[in-house]
Write a protein that binds this ligand. Structure first.
Ligand SMILES: [Zn+2]
Length: 282
């Protein structure tokens, strides 16, 4: 079985340009920022470029996924920060529309951070935000919730939270998960090569049913460090053995696998893609 393997690429040359650069490095999947990653400002995107990206990917069998801007905090309060709440919702809706036009499977968004009160309020805010974004969404691009490392508070570090939040939202069919392996290792959710529980727990909780994409990052810090520092695959504390074990899980191997680490000397993930393919095929 061939892996849908790739990395995060730039949209310097547009959405079609991003797809072409992914194909050039030998990838079968890629991730891109639909707009400026540092801002929630809406983008009136070039729909012809998006359409070209969509048809190019479908002709080449390329899978794409969009990553929302970093300030997209799902846990923002609609009561204490109504303006920001509206901005986050509108921005995520804008990302969904771009992803849909580009033929992407969805938009990755971090679980969210909330420090002003009880975690329960934080979870309620996340659910309210997602319900607003998806209230009349008719597209096939999904909102993909990514697990967190624990470097900005304690939310989003467990499988239970991810599964529960999805269950409690109104439009489960439009919601999936993005598993970041560096964050999972940093949070202690997954222990790497020595882990005995993660796969069974994911199965029991129904996490695999929602899994749509994997961020295949190694970690520059040891397990449970709560540090979000990505290393190139096989070159950090997860290491080759950790990834070999992970890639034995069906749900992981069948998902698009996206790297978000430093690239090789040629500025691409080519070496890393080849390394991972060797692990799985050998
Ligand atoms: Zn990630």
């Amino acid at each position: 079985m061939s892996l849908q393997l790739g990395g995060h690429v730039s949209i310097r040359d547009g959405y079609l340009g991003a797809a072409k650069s992914a194909l050039r490095m030998g990838a079968g999947a890629f991730q891109f920022f639909p707009k400026n990653p540092r801002s929630l400002k809406l983008k009136s995107f070039d729909s012809r470029d998006a359409e070209s990206c969509r048809s190019f990917c479908s002709a080449q069998g390329l899978i794409s996924v969009a990553h929302t801007p970093y300030p997209s905090n799902l846990a923002v309060s609609s009561e204490t920060e109504p303006m920001l709440f509206r901005q986050v919702v509108d921005s995520l809706r804008n990302d969904l529309e771009i992803a849909e036009a580009c033929g992407s499977i969805g938009i990755v968004v971090h679980f969210g951070t909330f420090k002003q009160g009880s975690p329960l309020q934080g979870y309620q805010n996340i659910i309210q935000c997602i319900n607003n974004v998806l209230s009349d969404w008719k597209g096939s691009a999904k909102l993909l919730i990514e697990n967190q490392a624990g470097d900005h508070g304690s939310m989003g570090m467990t499988l239970e939270e991810l599964v529960q939040v999805r269950k409690l939202c109104d439009h489960q069919q439009h919601i999936g998960f993005c598993l970041d392996t560096c964050h999972a290792f940093a949070s202690g959710m997954w222990q790497g090569a020595t882990d005995k529980k993660f796969a069974d727990k994911a199965e029991q909780l129904g996490y695999w049913d929602g899994l749509c994409v994997v961020h295949l990052n190694d970690s520059k810090y040891p397990v449970s460090s709560r540090k979000d520092r990505h290393a190139r695959v096989g070159q950090g504390y997860i290491g080759e053995e950790g990834f070999r074990r992970l890639l034995q899980m069906d749900a992981i191997r069948k998902s698009p696998l996206i790297m978000e680490s430093e690239t090789g000397k040629d500025g691409t993930y080519r070496e890393d893609l080849e390394r991972v393919r060797r692990w799985v095929e050998a």
